[in-house]
Design a protein around this ligand. Structure first.
Ligand SMILES: *[C@@H]1O[C@H](CO)[C@@H](O)[C@H](O)[C@H]1NC(C)=O
Ligand SMILES: *[C@@H]1O[C@H](CO)[C@@H](O)[C@H](O)[C@H]1NC(C)=O
Ligand SMILES: *[C@@H]1O[C@H](CO)[C@@H](O)[C@H](O)[C@H]1NC(C)=O
Length: 241
């Protein structure tokens, strides 16, 4: 793997709720109240709607992030992911929740319906990441196959790699703190996700057990320009690799 592909990604503010406007629909996931996170409107990541595979491999795959737009149509998958339909199909399935810290992931198993009704709330800025549980990854691909088979992945793969899927739903302001990542895509189905990215040679200062929201509030505002991350907010329909 080329070093450039190991971007340090902060899964920040994985807001499945809070779509920007009513037009695109919220699938019933929007729950008002506090916890809305300010959105950075400037996006430091290039957006491409017309990318060819050769372009992708040469200029982005191992070099820098890019946002792919309009390459796949996941409207059917999106409709199946509404709150009502997911609860009807998978409410009684047990899902595995993880803590939102960098190194040690405590796991808790809970029926999906209990997670949605009791734990899916905006991130409390006062709590610690290792005390915050959310549904991200650890998917039972067999039990959820009837849903996942409707997902169209981005068309560009990397030679010698096989995809692994990870599906999650979390409240406004939630996110995993900084961690290191190999090549991957992230697609938003409902809501939006704000990203903070550092190249592999630049490790930011962060506490592995604090939430991303606490980092955004306490550390981010004082960063000198040279220590700022690359940022972008991804909405439904855009894919960040
Ligand atoms: C979470 O981390 C804090 C500080 O790192 C620690 O004091 C606390 O015991 C941890 N909580 C759990 C549930 O492990
Ligand atoms: C996934 O679900 C199936 C069917 O309920 C079950 O037999 C299997 O053990 C589960 N796999 C994992 C990894 O939990
Ligand atoms: C973070 O939390 C984990 C588990 O709760 C704990 O074992 C570890 O010591 C904490 N790390 C720091 C740096 O406080």
């Amino acid at each position: 793997m080329a070093p450039g592909s190991r971007l340090l990604a902060l899964w920040a503010l994985a807001a499945l709720v809070l779509p920007s406007s009513g037009e695109e629909g919220d699938g019933g996931w929007r729950r008002g109240g506090p916890g809305a996170v300010a959105e950075e409107e400037r996006c430091g990541v290039e957006r491409r709607a017309d990318l060819t595979y050769a372009d992708f491999v040469q200029h982005y795959a191992f070099v820098r992030p890019v946002i792919l737009q309009g390459l796949t149509d996941n409207s059917r998958f999106r409709a199946l992911c509404s709150r009502e339909r997911l609860l009807a199909s998978f409410g009684d399935r047990v899902v595995r929740l993880s803590t939102a810290n960098t190194y040690s992931y405590r796991k808790v198993d809970l029926p999906f319906q209990e997670y949605v009704e009791q734990l899916l709330h905006p991130q409390d800025p006062g709590s610690l990441g290792n005390d915050t549980l959310y549904f991200f990854g650890d998917n039972n691909l067999t039990e959820w196959a009837s849903l996942f088979r409707h997902y169209s992945p981005p068309p560009f793969g990397l030679p010698g790699t096989a995809p692994a899927y990870s599906f999650g739903i979390a409240g406004a302001g939630s996110g995993v703190p900084f961690h290191w990542h190999g090549p991957g895509y992230s697609e938003v189905i409902y809501g939006r996700k704000r990203w903070f990215l550092y190249p592999p040679e630049k490790t930011p200062e962060f506490h592995p057990n604090k939430t991303t929201l606490a980092w955004l509030r306490d550390t981010y505002p004082a960063l000198p320009p040279s220590a700022r991350p690359l940022e972008c907010t991804i909405r439904a329909g855009a894919v960040l690799p």
